[in-house]
Ligand binder design. Structure first.
Ligand SMILES: [Zn+2]
Length: 98
């Protein structure tokens, strides 16, 4: 067990994620043909399909903490984090803690 406390892991992950995420997002914005790894659409296509919604690039998790980050549209990213949060709640034994 490498994790000492939940907070330790979360801060480390936040830092590592920011360092790795920025170039992923920068590349996505620089290249209009970049497609979301989840839905396979470019940002322009996502916007066309979701008029009125703000669509930005995120660096999405493709698996575990050490798996590569890929460009992911904000609609997919928010949908996924909502599902992940719900799944964590369901397995936390009802304490509400992750
Ligand atoms: Zn998407």
């Amino acid at each position: 067990m490498l994790a000492r406390r939940d907070g330790f892991v979360t801060r480390l992950h936040d830092w590592a994620h920011q360092v790795r995420a920025k170039p992923v997002r920068d590349r996505a914005y620089a290249d209009p043909s970049t497609a979301c790894w989840r839905c396979g659409l470019t940002r322009a296509q996502v916007r066309a399909a979701n008029p009125g919604r703000k669509v930005v690039w995120h660096a999405g998790h493709t698996g575990g903490r050490l798996d590569p980050l890929l460009a992911e549209c904000s609609l997919c990213n928010w949908r996924n984090s909502a599902e992940t949060t719900a799944a964590k709640r369901a397995t936390s034994g009802g304490t509400g803690r992750f």
